[in-house]
Design a protein around this ligand. Structure first.
Ligand code: DCP
Ligand code: MG
Length: 419
């Protein structure tokens, strides 16, 4: 950056960065092949099977969210809030209008739909950073500048996604990645929020600090304890205090809160590890519940590795005991494998040590990756960006560790270092 240049402003003027995030993505995909589900409360469950009560909510349509159903909830809990239509139809104590539809996750199909959206973004000619199955950044500075009509560009992009793929996206357009990300989330679903270069800080200022890119619920709670409730409070806080408490990443999110973010939109490299974590709504020492959760996580990680063409030589787990005691265990294999059953059995084996312990959160990870198909690996990111937290690393932003992790618990993703 040249002296006297505003952050996010290159020699050619402020960048035009779009963040695209699909609305209730898995549910939108289900509606694509089953149009009767449109407008209905719809829950997509991971580890869920038709008619059963096990598994966890991957996503819920906005209609289902009105009943209090949310990502990472146990399906049994979701069913209490929103019974199945079929059951409501035969049970006189239930109201069919207050019931919904449940479908199991079909990642392969969602991946295809996600890839269609990404292909369309690539066609726009800018630089695309694919972040997850339903999310990407697009830098169109070379195609477009702020004197053109960014809102018209965003509308056209949304219309294309809707017409050509059949799902709705929320789009944020701003001069930086972090501001574009907040903008796309600001008016979901079907949102289009444009934040002009001079307006970033004032746009962010009134927002809850948790909405700042890279801040998850745990950090937000800590910040609130320090009297920092809004992005504006964080922007105005003493950088030394923030730095002492949260380290370099704390300073980075403070810069985001100030609208300072020079990170270029770069195409995504290959991950170094793949992981998934999930918190219990209440800590549990029930060994079968823990095993069941690890099975779900292992299946998900195994499937993702398969889709990304990743072989792994290390399988690990993470066990968080209340309040924030993070334990990791890993086992190395003699050579690289792609074997989802092995991920499950090794993960369960590693979990045995914690069979009697109270546990708040569990994670499964494969690492030491090699790729069978490099092309595919870079095209189909499932998880990735930022947000989720661990006690050891209270603030997480999309850095360059290359460790992709999805947090089933709080619906955010992270590049959390596992060890
Ligand atoms: N997902 C998941 N578990 C979570 C969060 C998400 O399996 N804890 C899956 C299902 C989502 C998809 O990832 O459809 C995309 O995640 P988002 O956080 O973008 O959530 P949605 O697209 O479902 O909803 P929104 O409209 O809020 O973006
Ligand atoms: Mg989404």
């Amino acid at each position: 950056m040249r002296d006297g240049t505003l952050p996010g402003v290159s020699e050619s003027g402020p960048r035009v960065v779009c963040h695209v995030d699909m609305d209730c993505f898995y549910a939108a995909c289900e509606r694509l092949r089953e149009p009767a589900l449109r407008g209905e409360p719809l829950v997509v469950g991971m580890g869920y099977e038709s008619g059963e009560t096990h598994g966890a909510v991957a996503t819920a349509s906005y209609e289902a969210r009105e009943f209090g159903v949310e990502s990472a909830q146990a399906i049994s809990e979701a069913l209490d809030a929103l019974p199945r239509k079929v059951e409501a139809a035969t049970d006189p104590t239930l109201d069919v209008d207050e019931a919904g539809f449940y479908r199991p996750v079909d990642l392969e199909f969602y991946d295809e739909v996600g890839a269609e959206v990404k292909a369309l973004l690539h066609e726009e000619g800018g630089t695309v950073r694919e972040v997850s199955i339903d999310e990407a950044y697009l830098d169109v500075t070379d195609q477009f500048d702020w004197d053109d009509d960014p809102r018209a560009f965003g509308s056209r992009l949304k219309r294309r996604i809707d017409d050509e793929v059949g799902v709705t996206a929320s789009v944020g357009i701003a001069p930086s990645m972090s501001a574009a990300k907040v903008a796309s989330d600001h008016d979901k679903p079907d949102g289009l929020v444009v934040v002009e270069p001079g307006d970033v800080r004032s746009f962010l200022a009134p927002l809850d600090v948790e909405e700042v890119h890279g801040i998850g619920p745990v950090t937000a709670a800590e910040l609130r304890e320090m009297g920092i409730e809004t992005a504006g409070d964080l922007a105005a806080a003493d950088p030394a205090t923030v730095g002492d408490r949260f380290g370099e990443r704390g300073r980075e999110v403070q810069r985001f809160a100030r609208g300072e973010d020079d990170r270029p939109v770069e195409p995504k490299g290959k991950p170094k590890s793949l992981s998934r974590e999930s918190a219990f709504s209440n800590p549990t020492d029930d060994s079968e519940r823990k095993r069941e959760r690890v099975r779900l996580l292992a299946t998900d990680v195994g499937e993702r590795a398969e889709r990304e063409g990743a072989l792994y030589q290390t399988i690990g787990i993470k066990v968080v005991q209340p309040p924030f005691d993070v334990n990791t265990r890993a086992r190395s294999l003699p050579g690289p494998v792609e074997d989802a059953d092995l991920v499950e059995s090794v993960a369960l084996d590693l979990l045995a040590e914690f069979a009697d312990d109270r546990v708040r959160k569990l994670g499964v990870r494969v690492s030491n990756l090699s790729f069978t198909d490099e092309q595919q690996a870079s095209l189909t990111g499932f998880a990735g960006d930022q947000g989720a937290e661990t006690a050891t690393e209270p603030i997480d932003t999309d850095g360059s560790t290359g460790n992709e992790s999805r947090d089933l618990a709080d619906g955010q993703r992270s590049l959390t270092e596992f060890e």
